[in-house]
Design a protein around this ligand. Structure first.
Ligand code: C5P
Length: 318
């Protein structure tokens, strides 16, 4: 049962990551009339959706009794303020990370973003070893080294990038810094959440409500600081369309699936599952969005080697 849940949650995660990254990139680059949606508000809406979904799950766990639901929420959240407060740390970090993700995808193509973000597998491994005392075998360390080489491969400036350096270097740099910071926050927050989840008995959905509660507060602070003026001028939901809602729902779904993966598998496996989605994103980004276009034979080979080599660490680790 638990092995089934492990592979089911990992499979859904591959689907969710691929669709989120492509839809988010598409929604941030689509040229439309009127104001574009504010990513800071999208982060808050996703948190609120996640809380609602988790409350429904706890309600189901409480045998669909409103009274039992009320009691669980009271006992586990309100009456344990110190336990609840523990979640403020990963939540603050995730909020920063979720905002960085939009910055990255507004400045980098979907495939480059995905590949670079895989460095989080390394940061996650390092945090797992130091915070959870996990032991990694030789093959696992080897696969991490291959992973890093791949990132360097893809990030190495190509002929075409050097030609267009003046045009895009600034935004590439911003995008890259955003992803690199997100790699560290992802590793730390994920392992911290895993530690809390595996060292205490509380339900994963209760933990997610606590996480989402702080996430919404931090997210609203972000809206106020970065987009306060725009929100007071054009409203909180300015620029929202059907695509924006799909992004927001996918992001909320991601929170639920990731929580399940951390519970039934672990953060390192989660990292490798998401790296499988790179292959999918790359293919779709190339064939459908025409977003990732190799421009010379050298660049062509370099980019594809960079993408395909991801199979090696995934296979070595499984
Ligand atoms: O890239 P990474 O795997 O670190 O992304 C984790 C994402 O999952 C973040 O967007 C975070 O907000 C979300 N998350 C969540 N609930 C959890 C754990 C992570 O919503 N319990």
């Amino acid at each position: 049962m638990s092995a089934n849940l492990k592979y089911l949650s990992l499979g859904i995660l591959v689907f969710q990551t691929t669709s989120l990254v492509l839809t988010m990139r598409y929604s941030r680059t689509l040229k439309e009339e009127g104001p574009r949606y504010l990513s800071s508000t999208a982060v808050v809406v996703a948190e609120l959706l996640k809380i609602m979904a988790c409350i429904l799950l706890v309600y189901k766990e409480s045998k669909c009794s409103l009274r039992a639901l009320n009691r669980v929420l009271h006992d586990e959240i309100l009456n344990k303020p110190m336990e609840t407060l523990k979640l403020a740390i990963p939540s603050g970090i995730y909020t920063l990370q979720n905002n960085l993700l939009y910055v990255a995808l507004s400045n980098l193509d979907a495939a480059t973003y995905q590949v670079t973000y895989q460095l989080k597998i390394l940061t996650t491994a390092l945090f797992s070893v130091s915070m959870l005392s996990k032991k990694l075998g030789v093959y696992q360390w080897l696969s991490l080294v291959i992973l890093m080489t791949g990132v360097a491969f893809v990030q190495w400036p190509s002929d075409s990038q050097l030609d267009s350096k003046e045009l895009s270097a600034g935004s590439q740099f911003v995008g890259l810094m955003a992803v690199l910071t997100a790699c560290f926050s992802s590793g730390f927050a994920g392992v911290y959440f895993e530690k809390i989840l595996k060292e205490t008995k509380q339900s994963v959905w209760i933990r997610n409500i606590q996480l989402g509660f702080f996430g919404s507060i931090f997210g609203l602070m972000g809206v106020y600081i970065y987009d306060g003026e725009l929100v007071s001028k054009n409203g909180f939901f300015q620029g929202y369309n059907r695509l924006t809602w799909i992004v927001v729902v996918l992001q909320a779904l991601g929170g639920l699936v990731i929580a399940a993966v951390i519970k039934y598998a672990d953060n390192i496996l989660k990292g490798f599952a998401t790296s499988l989605s790179i292959i999918l994103s790359t293919l779709i980004s190339y064939f459908w969005l025409q977003d990732f276009v190799p421009t010379s034979p050298y660049c062509n080979m370099k980019d594809w080697v960079g993408q395909v080599q991801w199979f090696i660490p995934v296979i070595l680790t499984l």
